[in-house]
Design a protein around this ligand. Sequence first.
Ligand code: FRU
Length: 525
Amino acid sequence: MDSKTGKSGASGDEVAAGRDANHVGHAEPARYREPHRPGFHFTPPENWINDPNGLFHDGERFHLFYQYNPYDKVWGSMHWGHAVSADLLHWEHRPIALHAEPDKLGFIFSGSAVVDRDNSSGFGNGALAPFVAVFTHHSRYDVQVQSLAYSNDRGNTWRMYDGNPVIANPGVADFRDPKVFRDRRSGRWVMALAVRDRISFYGSANLKSWAKLSDFRRPAGAGAGVWECPDLFEARVRGTDESRWVLLVSMNPGAPNGGSATQYFVGDFDGRRFTPEHTEALWMDHGPDQYAANTWKIRSAGEERRIVIGWMNNWDYANHLPTAPWRGAMTVPREIGLVRTAAGTRLVAEPVRELQALHGRTVHESAATAIEGPFEPCGGQALPELLDVELALDGRAGAGASLLIRMFNDGGEELLCELDTSGPALTVNRDAAADGMESYTGFARRIAAPLQPWAADSLRLRLLKDRSSIELFQADGPSLATVNYFTEKPLDRLEIGPSRAASRLALGSLTIREIADVWRSGPDS
Ligand code: FRU
Protein backbone atom coordinates (compact mmCIF):
# COMPACT_ATOMS: atom_id res chain seq x y z
CA MET A 1 0.00 0.00 0.00
CA ASP A 2 2.76 2.35 0.96
CA SER A 3 3.99 2.90 -2.55
CA LYS A 4 0.66 4.20 -3.80
CA THR A 5 -0.48 6.22 -0.83
CA GLY A 6 2.75 7.49 0.62
CA LYS A 7 1.31 6.45 3.96
CA SER A 8 2.82 3.94 6.34
CA GLY A 9 -0.11 1.57 6.61
CA ALA A 10 -3.38 2.37 8.33
CA SER A 11 -2.75 2.90 12.01
CA GLY A 12 -4.69 1.62 14.97
CA ASP A 13 -4.57 5.07 16.58
CA GLU A 14 -6.68 6.48 13.83
CA VAL A 15 -9.38 4.02 14.75
CA ALA A 16 -9.14 4.73 18.47
CA ALA A 17 -9.43 8.45 17.80
CA GLY A 18 -12.17 8.08 15.23
CA ARG A 19 -15.86 8.73 15.55
CA ASP A 20 -18.46 6.03 15.69
CA ALA A 21 -17.97 4.22 12.44
CA ASN A 22 -21.70 3.61 12.17
CA HIS A 23 -22.47 7.26 11.61
CA VAL A 24 -23.18 6.81 7.91
CA GLY A 25 -26.89 7.18 7.38
CA HIS A 26 -29.14 7.42 4.38
CA ALA A 27 -28.38 9.99 1.71
CA GLU A 28 -30.48 13.07 2.11
CA PRO A 29 -31.27 15.13 -0.98
CA ALA A 30 -30.13 18.22 0.96
CA ARG A 31 -26.62 16.85 0.70
CA TYR A 32 -24.92 15.94 -2.54
CA ARG A 33 -24.93 19.54 -3.73
CA GLU A 34 -21.22 20.16 -3.39
CA PRO A 35 -19.12 21.19 -6.40
CA HIS A 36 -18.10 18.17 -8.51
CA ARG A 37 -20.62 15.88 -6.73
CA PRO A 38 -21.70 13.23 -9.28
CA GLY A 39 -25.40 13.10 -10.12
CA PHE A 40 -25.75 9.53 -11.42
CA HIS A 41 -22.68 7.84 -9.96
CA PHE A 42 -22.27 6.27 -6.56
CA THR A 43 -20.37 8.31 -3.97
CA PRO A 44 -20.41 8.02 -0.16
CA PRO A 45 -21.83 10.96 1.80
CA GLU A 46 -18.33 11.69 3.08
CA ASN A 47 -14.77 10.43 3.27
CA TRP A 48 -12.65 8.10 1.23
CA ILE A 49 -13.71 5.17 -0.94
CA ASN A 50 -11.85 2.87 -3.28
CA ASP A 51 -12.66 -0.56 -4.77
CA PRO A 52 -16.17 -1.98 -5.13
CA ASN A 53 -16.38 -5.16 -3.01
CA GLY A 54 -18.77 -8.01 -2.28
CA LEU A 55 -21.07 -7.51 -5.27
CA PHE A 56 -24.09 -9.79 -5.26
CA HIS A 57 -27.82 -9.71 -5.92
CA ASP A 58 -29.94 -11.24 -3.17
CA GLY A 59 -33.01 -11.86 -5.33
CA GLU A 60 -34.39 -8.38 -4.63
CA ARG A 61 -31.55 -5.95 -4.29
CA PHE A 62 -28.04 -5.38 -5.51
CA HIS A 63 -25.48 -5.10 -2.73
CA LEU A 64 -22.48 -2.86 -3.16
CA PHE A 65 -19.80 -2.93 -0.50
CA TYR A 66 -16.77 -0.75 -0.91
CA GLN A 67 -13.35 0.02 0.52
CA TYR A 68 -14.08 2.80 2.97
CA ASN A 69 -12.13 4.93 5.41
CA PRO A 70 -14.80 6.45 7.68
CA TYR A 71 -12.30 8.77 9.38
CA ASP A 72 -10.63 10.63 6.58
CA LYS A 73 -10.60 11.65 2.92
CA VAL A 74 -7.42 9.69 2.21
CA TRP A 75 -6.76 5.97 2.05
CA GLY A 76 -6.28 4.26 5.42
CA SER A 77 -8.11 2.31 8.15
CA MET A 78 -10.10 0.27 5.65
CA HIS A 79 -13.64 -0.90 6.42
CA TRP A 80 -16.37 -2.22 4.15
CA GLY A 81 -19.00 0.45 3.50
CA HIS A 82 -22.36 -0.83 2.24
CA ALA A 83 -25.19 0.32 -0.01
CA VAL A 84 -28.17 -1.41 -1.62
CA SER A 85 -30.15 -0.70 -4.75
CA ALA A 86 -33.01 -2.15 -6.76
CA ASP A 87 -31.90 -0.57 -10.05
CA LEU A 88 -28.11 -0.02 -9.75
CA LEU A 89 -28.56 3.76 -9.88
CA HIS A 90 -30.57 4.82 -6.82
CA TRP A 91 -28.54 3.68 -3.81
CA GLU A 92 -29.52 3.54 -0.17
CA HIS A 93 -26.59 3.94 2.19
CA ARG A 94 -26.43 1.27 4.87
CA PRO A 95 -24.34 1.16 8.04
CA ILE A 96 -20.74 0.02 7.70
CA ALA A 97 -20.78 -3.75 7.22
CA LEU A 98 -17.27 -4.82 8.20
CA HIS A 99 -15.22 -2.87 10.70
CA ALA A 100 -11.46 -2.71 10.77
CA GLU A 101 -9.93 -4.79 13.54
CA PRO A 102 -6.53 -3.11 13.90
CA ASP A 103 -5.70 -4.96 17.13
CA LYS A 104 -6.66 -8.34 15.71
CA LEU A 105 -6.23 -9.59 12.14
CA GLY A 106 -6.32 -6.09 10.72
CA PHE A 107 -8.02 -3.83 8.25
CA ILE A 108 -10.68 -5.02 5.84
CA PHE A 109 -9.32 -5.06 2.32
CA SER A 110 -11.11 -6.06 -0.87
CA GLY A 111 -13.06 -9.25 -1.43
CA SER A 112 -16.38 -10.68 -2.47
CA ALA A 113 -19.64 -12.00 -1.00
CA VAL A 114 -22.02 -14.83 -1.84
CA VAL A 115 -25.44 -16.09 -0.86
CA ASP A 116 -24.77 -19.53 0.66
CA ARG A 117 -28.06 -21.06 -0.48
CA ASP A 118 -27.34 -24.59 0.77
CA ASN A 119 -25.79 -23.37 4.02
CA SER A 120 -22.58 -25.17 3.06
CA SER A 121 -20.74 -23.00 5.57
CA GLY A 122 -23.04 -23.90 8.45
CA PHE A 123 -23.39 -20.19 9.26
CA GLY A 124 -27.13 -20.30 8.61
CA ASN A 125 -29.55 -20.35 11.52
CA GLY A 126 -32.30 -22.19 9.76
CA ALA A 127 -34.50 -19.38 8.54
CA LEU A 128 -32.57 -17.60 5.80
CA ALA A 129 -29.63 -18.47 3.58
CA PRO A 130 -26.58 -16.78 5.11
CA PHE A 131 -24.69 -14.13 3.16
CA VAL A 132 -20.96 -14.80 3.42
CA ALA A 133 -18.25 -12.21 2.79
CA VAL A 134 -14.77 -13.46 1.88
CA PHE A 135 -12.15 -10.74 2.20
CA THR A 136 -8.54 -9.94 2.99
CA HIS A 137 -7.49 -8.98 6.50
CA HIS A 138 -4.43 -6.72 6.28
CA SER A 139 -2.60 -6.51 9.61
CA ARG A 140 -0.69 -3.55 11.02
CA TYR A 141 2.45 -5.59 10.22
CA ASP A 142 1.37 -5.74 6.56
CA VAL A 143 0.47 -9.43 6.63
CA GLN A 144 -2.45 -10.37 4.38
CA VAL A 145 -4.71 -13.37 5.07
CA GLN A 146 -8.18 -14.38 3.87
CA SER A 147 -11.12 -14.26 6.26
CA LEU A 148 -14.89 -14.68 6.45
CA ALA A 149 -17.81 -12.74 7.89
CA TYR A 150 -21.49 -13.64 7.62
CA SER A 151 -24.93 -12.17 7.91
CA ASN A 152 -28.10 -13.96 8.99
CA ASP A 153 -30.39 -10.98 8.43
CA ARG A 154 -29.96 -10.35 4.71
CA GLY A 155 -26.96 -8.11 5.06
CA ASN A 156 -28.12 -5.76 7.81
CA THR A 157 -25.60 -6.94 10.38
CA TRP A 158 -22.40 -8.91 9.99
CA ARG A 159 -20.33 -11.14 12.27
CA MET A 160 -16.71 -12.11 11.95
CA TYR A 161 -16.11 -15.87 11.76
CA ASP A 162 -14.23 -16.89 14.87
CA GLY A 163 -12.12 -19.38 12.89
CA ASN A 164 -10.44 -16.60 10.84
CA PRO A 165 -8.21 -16.61 8.92
CA VAL A 166 -9.38 -19.31 6.52
CA ILE A 167 -6.26 -18.99 4.35
CA ALA A 168 -3.00 -18.13 6.11
CA ASN A 169 -0.26 -16.14 4.45
CA PRO A 170 2.29 -18.37 2.67
CA GLY A 171 5.06 -15.74 2.98
CA VAL A 172 4.11 -13.27 0.22
CA ALA A 173 3.47 -9.58 0.67
CA ASP A 174 0.72 -9.26 -1.96
CA PHE A 175 -1.87 -11.93 -1.20
CA ARG A 176 -5.32 -10.46 -1.47
CA ASP A 177 -8.75 -9.65 -2.90
CA PRO A 178 -10.51 -13.05 -2.99
CA LYS A 179 -13.31 -13.36 -5.53
CA VAL A 180 -15.49 -16.38 -4.75
CA PHE A 181 -18.17 -17.97 -6.91
CA ARG A 182 -20.00 -21.27 -7.12
CA ASP A 183 -18.48 -23.27 -9.96
CA ARG A 184 -21.23 -25.29 -11.60
CA ARG A 185 -18.86 -27.69 -13.31
CA SER A 186 -16.99 -28.83 -10.19
CA GLY A 187 -19.90 -28.21 -7.81
CA ARG A 188 -17.70 -26.34 -5.33
CA TRP A 189 -16.76 -22.82 -4.38
CA VAL A 190 -13.84 -21.42 -6.34
CA MET A 191 -11.71 -18.49 -5.24
CA ALA A 192 -9.52 -16.34 -7.48
CA LEU A 193 -6.85 -14.58 -5.42
CA ALA A 194 -4.33 -11.95 -6.55
CA VAL A 195 -0.79 -12.92 -5.59
CA ARG A 196 1.51 -10.22 -6.97
CA ASP A 197 2.06 -11.38 -10.58
CA ARG A 198 -0.32 -14.33 -10.66
CA ILE A 199 -3.84 -15.38 -9.83
CA SER A 200 -4.03 -18.38 -7.51
CA PHE A 201 -7.18 -20.48 -7.62
CA TYR A 202 -8.50 -22.30 -4.55
CA GLY A 203 -11.46 -24.67 -4.13
CA SER A 204 -13.72 -25.34 -1.15
CA ALA A 205 -16.86 -27.28 -0.26
CA ASN A 206 -17.80 -25.09 2.72
CA LEU A 207 -16.08 -21.69 2.28
CA LYS A 208 -14.08 -22.43 5.43
CA SER A 209 -11.39 -24.86 4.30
CA TRP A 210 -9.64 -24.14 1.04
CA ALA A 211 -7.26 -26.19 -1.13
CA LYS A 212 -5.05 -24.65 -3.78
CA LEU A 213 -6.00 -25.65 -7.33
CA SER A 214 -3.59 -23.83 -9.66
CA ASP A 215 -1.78 -20.62 -10.54
CA PHE A 216 -2.31 -18.45 -13.61
CA ARG A 217 0.97 -16.62 -14.07
CA ARG A 218 1.06 -13.31 -15.83
CA PRO A 219 2.05 -13.83 -19.48
CA ALA A 220 5.14 -12.00 -20.75
CA GLY A 221 4.15 -8.61 -22.15
CA ALA A 222 1.17 -8.13 -19.85
CA GLY A 223 2.90 -5.47 -17.74
CA ALA A 224 4.89 -5.36 -14.55
CA GLY A 225 2.60 -3.78 -11.92
CA VAL A 226 1.01 -5.61 -9.00
CA TRP A 227 -2.11 -7.60 -9.83
CA GLU A 228 -5.17 -6.90 -7.68
CA CYS A 229 -8.92 -7.52 -7.50
CA PRO A 230 -9.50 -10.50 -9.83
CA ASP A 231 -12.89 -11.65 -11.08
CA LEU A 232 -13.62 -14.81 -13.06
CA PHE A 233 -16.87 -15.63 -14.84
CA GLU A 234 -18.32 -17.40 -17.84
CA ALA A 235 -20.06 -15.35 -20.52
CA ARG A 236 -21.83 -16.17 -23.74
CA VAL A 237 -20.36 -14.98 -27.03
CA ARG A 238 -23.17 -12.83 -28.45
CA GLY A 239 -24.90 -14.27 -31.46
CA THR A 240 -23.57 -17.81 -30.81
CA ASP A 241 -24.22 -20.73 -28.45
CA GLU A 242 -20.65 -20.65 -27.26
CA SER A 243 -19.31 -19.29 -24.06
CA ARG A 244 -15.88 -18.33 -22.77
CA TRP A 245 -14.40 -17.58 -19.38
CA VAL A 246 -13.25 -14.05 -18.66
CA LEU A 247 -10.63 -13.25 -16.04
CA LEU A 248 -10.51 -9.60 -14.95
CA VAL A 249 -7.37 -8.45 -13.21
CA SER A 250 -6.57 -4.92 -12.13
CA MET A 251 -2.96 -3.79 -12.32
CA ASN A 252 -1.12 -0.95 -10.64
CA PRO A 253 1.03 0.65 -12.02
CA GLY A 254 1.60 0.13 -15.75
CA ALA A 255 -1.78 0.97 -17.30
CA PRO A 256 -1.94 2.09 -20.96
CA ASN A 257 -2.53 5.71 -19.93
CA GLY A 258 -0.45 5.54 -16.74
CA GLY A 259 -1.11 4.33 -13.20
CA SER A 260 -3.85 1.77 -12.64
CA ALA A 261 -6.36 0.01 -14.93
CA THR A 262 -8.15 -3.30 -15.42
CA GLN A 263 -6.88 -5.99 -17.80
CA TYR A 264 -8.84 -8.99 -18.99
CA PHE A 265 -8.10 -12.42 -20.39
CA VAL A 266 -10.50 -14.55 -22.42
CA GLY A 267 -10.10 -18.32 -22.23
CA ASP A 268 -11.28 -21.47 -20.53
CA PHE A 269 -11.60 -22.49 -16.90
CA ASP A 270 -11.97 -26.23 -16.34
CA GLY A 271 -12.82 -26.00 -12.65
CA ARG A 272 -9.14 -26.00 -11.64
CA ARG A 273 -7.10 -24.06 -14.15
CA PHE A 274 -7.54 -20.98 -16.33
CA THR A 275 -6.07 -21.11 -19.85
CA PRO A 276 -6.15 -17.92 -21.94
CA GLU A 277 -6.64 -18.07 -25.71
CA HIS A 278 -4.52 -15.02 -26.52
CA THR A 279 -1.17 -13.65 -25.46
CA GLU A 280 -1.58 -9.90 -25.82
CA ALA A 281 -2.68 -7.68 -22.94
CA LEU A 282 -6.29 -6.56 -23.30
CA TRP A 283 -7.78 -3.69 -21.30
CA MET A 284 -11.37 -3.30 -20.19
CA ASP A 285 -11.28 0.46 -20.52
CA HIS A 286 -8.31 2.50 -21.67
CA GLY A 287 -9.15 5.60 -19.68
CA PRO A 288 -7.17 6.51 -16.60
CA ASP A 289 -10.12 6.35 -14.20
CA GLN A 290 -11.52 2.84 -14.19
CA TYR A 291 -9.98 0.46 -11.65
CA ALA A 292 -10.69 -2.60 -9.51
CA ALA A 293 -13.55 -3.60 -11.83
CA ASN A 294 -15.75 -6.37 -10.45
CA THR A 295 -19.06 -7.88 -11.46
CA TRP A 296 -22.56 -8.79 -10.37
CA LYS A 297 -24.35 -11.73 -11.89
CA ILE A 298 -28.11 -11.47 -12.04
CA ARG A 299 -30.62 -13.90 -13.47
CA SER A 300 -34.11 -12.62 -14.09
CA ALA A 301 -36.84 -13.81 -16.43
CA GLY A 302 -34.54 -16.51 -17.79
CA GLU A 303 -31.92 -13.98 -18.77
CA GLU A 304 -28.45 -13.85 -17.24
CA ARG A 305 -26.77 -10.47 -17.06
CA ARG A 306 -23.21 -9.67 -16.07
CA ILE A 307 -22.77 -6.15 -14.77
CA VAL A 308 -19.45 -4.54 -14.03
CA ILE A 309 -18.64 -1.54 -11.85
CA GLY A 310 -15.25 -0.04 -11.14
CA TRP A 311 -13.67 2.53 -8.89
CA MET A 312 -13.58 5.72 -10.99
CA ASN A 313 -10.07 6.72 -10.04
CA ASN A 314 -6.36 6.11 -10.47
CA TRP A 315 -3.84 5.35 -7.72
CA ASP A 316 -1.47 7.90 -9.31
CA TYR A 317 -3.53 10.78 -7.89
CA ALA A 318 -6.53 9.25 -6.08
CA ASN A 319 -5.61 10.74 -2.69
CA HIS A 320 -5.60 14.26 -4.13
CA LEU A 321 -8.90 14.68 -5.98
CA PRO A 322 -10.25 18.16 -5.18
CA THR A 323 -13.59 17.03 -3.74
CA ALA A 324 -15.12 17.44 -0.30
CA PRO A 325 -16.43 16.07 1.98
CA TRP A 326 -15.99 12.80 0.04
CA ARG A 327 -13.26 11.46 -2.23
CA GLY A 328 -13.85 8.73 -4.81
CA ALA A 329 -16.76 7.49 -6.93
CA MET A 330 -17.83 4.36 -8.80
CA THR A 331 -18.23 4.16 -12.58
CA VAL A 332 -21.68 3.85 -14.04
CA PRO A 333 -22.68 0.15 -13.88
CA ARG A 334 -22.13 -1.44 -17.28
CA GLU A 335 -23.53 -4.56 -18.83
CA ILE A 336 -20.76 -6.63 -20.38
CA GLY A 337 -20.69 -9.41 -22.92
CA LEU A 338 -18.40 -11.04 -25.45
CA VAL A 339 -18.26 -10.58 -29.20
CA ARG A 340 -16.29 -12.33 -31.84
CA THR A 341 -13.98 -9.99 -33.81
CA ALA A 342 -11.34 -10.66 -36.45
CA ALA A 343 -8.72 -10.26 -33.74
CA GLY A 344 -10.39 -12.72 -31.34
CA THR A 345 -13.10 -12.77 -28.69
CA ARG A 346 -13.40 -9.40 -27.01
CA LEU A 347 -15.36 -7.78 -24.20
CA VAL A 348 -18.04 -5.24 -24.99
CA ALA A 349 -19.75 -2.95 -22.51
CA GLU A 350 -22.63 -0.52 -22.42
CA PRO A 351 -24.23 1.50 -19.63
CA VAL A 352 -26.93 -0.59 -17.94
CA ARG A 353 -30.33 -0.31 -19.58
CA GLU A 354 -31.74 0.97 -16.25
CA LEU A 355 -30.11 4.30 -17.09
CA GLN A 356 -32.84 4.96 -19.66
CA ALA A 357 -35.26 5.53 -16.80
CA LEU A 358 -33.18 8.58 -15.84
CA HIS A 359 -33.48 10.17 -19.24
CA GLY A 360 -35.12 13.55 -19.03
CA ARG A 361 -35.55 16.07 -21.79
CA THR A 362 -34.10 15.38 -25.24
CA VAL A 363 -32.07 18.53 -25.72
CA HIS A 364 -31.16 17.88 -29.30
CA GLU A 365 -31.95 15.34 -31.99
CA SER A 366 -30.80 15.45 -35.58
CA ALA A 367 -30.43 13.08 -38.51
CA ALA A 368 -27.66 12.94 -41.10
CA THR A 369 -25.72 16.14 -41.63
CA ALA A 370 -22.38 16.94 -43.20
CA ILE A 371 -20.43 19.34 -41.06
CA GLU A 372 -17.62 21.48 -42.36
CA GLY A 373 -16.66 23.15 -39.10
CA PRO A 374 -17.52 23.04 -35.40
CA PHE A 375 -21.16 23.62 -34.56
CA GLU A 376 -23.11 23.90 -31.33
CA PRO A 377 -26.15 21.65 -31.62
CA CYS A 378 -27.95 23.68 -29.00
CA GLY A 379 -27.05 26.99 -30.55
CA GLY A 380 -25.01 28.40 -27.68
CA GLN A 381 -27.61 27.68 -24.99
CA ALA A 382 -26.38 26.46 -21.61
CA LEU A 383 -26.82 22.68 -21.42
CA PRO A 384 -27.84 20.57 -18.44
CA GLU A 385 -24.85 19.28 -16.45
CA LEU A 386 -25.67 15.57 -16.78
CA LEU A 387 -25.88 14.32 -20.34
CA ASP A 388 -26.17 11.18 -22.43
CA VAL A 389 -24.86 11.91 -25.95
CA GLU A 390 -25.27 9.30 -28.68
CA LEU A 391 -23.91 9.84 -32.14
CA ALA A 392 -23.26 7.90 -35.30
CA LEU A 393 -20.54 8.76 -37.78
CA ASP A 394 -20.83 7.65 -41.36
CA GLY A 395 -17.81 5.97 -42.84
CA ARG A 396 -15.86 2.80 -42.46
CA ALA A 397 -12.85 2.50 -40.19
CA GLY A 398 -9.95 4.38 -41.68
CA ALA A 399 -12.15 5.98 -44.32
CA GLY A 400 -12.86 9.46 -43.15
CA ALA A 401 -14.36 9.03 -39.70
CA SER A 402 -13.29 12.09 -37.80
CA LEU A 403 -14.76 13.89 -34.84
CA LEU A 404 -14.09 16.51 -32.22
CA ILE A 405 -16.42 16.94 -29.27
CA ARG A 406 -15.60 19.99 -27.20
CA MET A 407 -17.29 20.48 -23.86
CA PHE A 408 -16.53 23.97 -22.62
CA ASN A 409 -17.65 27.02 -20.65
CA ASP A 410 -17.22 30.76 -20.87
CA GLY A 411 -14.36 30.62 -18.34
CA GLY A 412 -11.96 29.08 -20.85
CA GLU A 413 -12.23 25.57 -19.41
CA GLU A 414 -12.69 22.69 -21.86
CA LEU A 415 -12.58 18.94 -22.26
CA LEU A 416 -11.85 17.53 -25.70
CA CYS A 417 -12.65 14.13 -27.20
CA GLU A 418 -11.17 13.62 -30.63
CA LEU A 419 -11.30 10.83 -33.13
CA ASP A 420 -8.84 10.73 -35.95
CA THR A 421 -8.64 8.17 -38.69
CA SER A 422 -4.93 7.69 -38.25
CA GLY A 423 -5.30 5.31 -35.23
CA PRO A 424 -8.07 4.79 -35.17
CA ALA A 425 -8.08 5.93 -31.57
CA LEU A 426 -10.16 8.24 -29.52
CA THR A 427 -8.15 10.75 -27.53
CA VAL A 428 -9.25 12.79 -24.56
CA ASN A 429 -7.53 15.96 -23.48
CA ARG A 430 -8.37 17.27 -20.01
CA ASP A 431 -5.48 19.74 -19.66
CA ALA A 432 -7.96 22.62 -19.39
CA ALA A 433 -10.32 20.66 -17.11
CA ALA A 434 -7.90 19.86 -14.29
CA ASP A 435 -8.82 22.54 -11.74
CA GLY A 436 -7.10 21.76 -8.44
CA MET A 437 -5.07 18.93 -10.00
CA GLU A 438 -2.40 21.07 -11.66
CA SER A 439 0.42 19.79 -9.48
CA TYR A 440 -0.26 16.11 -10.13
CA THR A 441 1.69 15.23 -13.23
CA GLY A 442 -0.26 12.06 -13.84
CA PHE A 443 -3.50 13.98 -14.29
CA ALA A 444 -2.93 16.18 -17.31
CA ARG A 445 -1.78 13.91 -20.11
CA ARG A 446 -3.05 12.80 -23.48
CA ILE A 447 -5.40 9.86 -23.08
CA ALA A 448 -5.73 7.49 -26.02
CA ALA A 449 -8.20 4.62 -26.41
CA PRO A 450 -8.15 2.35 -29.47
CA LEU A 451 -11.49 1.66 -31.13
CA GLN A 452 -12.61 -1.82 -31.96
CA PRO A 453 -12.88 -2.25 -35.77
CA TRP A 454 -16.47 -1.64 -36.78
CA ALA A 455 -18.12 -3.70 -39.45
CA ALA A 456 -21.01 -1.58 -40.61
CA ASP A 457 -20.80 1.74 -42.40
CA SER A 458 -21.38 3.59 -39.25
CA LEU A 459 -19.45 4.05 -36.03
CA ARG A 460 -21.69 4.71 -33.07
CA LEU A 461 -20.35 6.33 -29.95
CA ARG A 462 -21.90 7.21 -26.60
CA LEU A 463 -20.71 9.70 -24.06
CA LEU A 464 -22.03 9.98 -20.51
CA LYS A 465 -21.21 13.25 -18.84
CA ASP A 466 -21.51 13.86 -15.13
CA ARG A 467 -20.28 16.83 -13.08
CA SER A 468 -16.72 15.52 -12.83
CA SER A 469 -16.45 12.52 -15.16
CA ILE A 470 -17.07 11.37 -18.69
CA GLU A 471 -17.42 7.78 -19.87
CA LEU A 472 -17.07 6.93 -23.54
CA PHE A 473 -18.41 3.80 -25.18
CA GLN A 474 -18.29 2.36 -28.66
CA ALA A 475 -21.73 0.90 -29.40
CA ASP A 476 -21.45 -2.90 -29.78
CA GLY A 477 -17.87 -2.41 -28.64
CA PRO A 478 -15.89 -1.75 -25.51
CA SER A 479 -16.02 0.93 -22.89
CA LEU A 480 -13.35 3.15 -24.37
CA ALA A 481 -12.35 5.58 -21.69
CA THR A 482 -13.45 6.70 -18.24
CA VAL A 483 -12.02 10.09 -17.44
CA ASN A 484 -12.39 12.34 -14.39
CA TYR A 485 -12.23 16.09 -14.88
CA PHE A 486 -12.53 19.09 -12.59
CA THR A 487 -13.58 22.58 -13.60
CA GLU A 488 -14.36 25.71 -11.67
CA LYS A 489 -17.63 26.20 -13.52
CA PRO A 490 -19.83 23.59 -15.21
CA LEU A 491 -18.90 22.67 -18.78
CA ASP A 492 -22.30 23.79 -19.99
CA ARG A 493 -21.66 24.12 -23.74
CA LEU A 494 -20.97 21.48 -26.31
CA GLU A 495 -19.58 21.79 -29.79
CA ILE A 496 -19.23 19.06 -32.40
CA GLY A 497 -17.13 19.14 -35.55
CA PRO A 498 -14.47 17.40 -37.62
CA SER A 499 -11.18 16.52 -35.93
CA ARG A 500 -8.45 19.13 -36.17
CA ALA A 501 -6.72 17.19 -38.95
CA ALA A 502 -9.88 16.85 -41.06
CA SER A 503 -12.16 19.32 -42.75
CA ARG A 504 -15.42 17.45 -42.81
CA LEU A 505 -17.50 15.32 -40.51
CA ALA A 506 -20.25 13.06 -41.81
CA LEU A 507 -22.60 12.86 -38.88
CA GLY A 508 -25.16 10.07 -39.23
CA SER A 509 -27.27 11.06 -36.21
CA LEU A 510 -26.97 12.89 -32.95
CA THR A 511 -29.10 12.72 -29.82
CA ILE A 512 -28.40 14.60 -26.62
CA ARG A 513 -30.49 13.73 -23.59
CA GLU A 514 -30.54 15.09 -20.10
CA ILE A 515 -29.91 12.58 -17.27
CA ALA A 516 -31.74 13.06 -13.96
CA ASP A 517 -29.73 13.52 -10.78
CA VAL A 518 -30.52 10.48 -8.61
CA TRP A 519 -29.20 12.07 -5.43
CA ARG A 520 -30.85 15.46 -5.74
CA SER A 521 -34.28 14.28 -6.78
CA GLY A 522 -36.28 13.75 -3.63
CA PRO A 523 -39.04 15.24 -1.55
CA ASP A 524 -37.05 18.29 -0.47
CA SER A 525 -35.04 18.85 -3.62
C1 FRU B 1 -6.90 -2.08 -5.04
C2 FRU B 1 -6.39 -2.37 -3.64
C3 FRU B 1 -6.63 -3.82 -3.27
C4 FRU B 1 -6.69 -3.77 -1.79
C5 FRU B 1 -7.40 -2.47 -1.55
C6 FRU B 1 -7.01 -1.78 -0.27
O1 FRU B 1 -7.21 -0.76 -5.27
O2 FRU B 1 -5.03 -2.05 -3.52
O3 FRU B 1 -5.64 -4.70 -3.77
O4 FRU B 1 -7.38 -4.86 -1.24
O5 FRU B 1 -7.09 -1.63 -2.64
O6 FRU B 1 -7.81 -0.67 -0.03
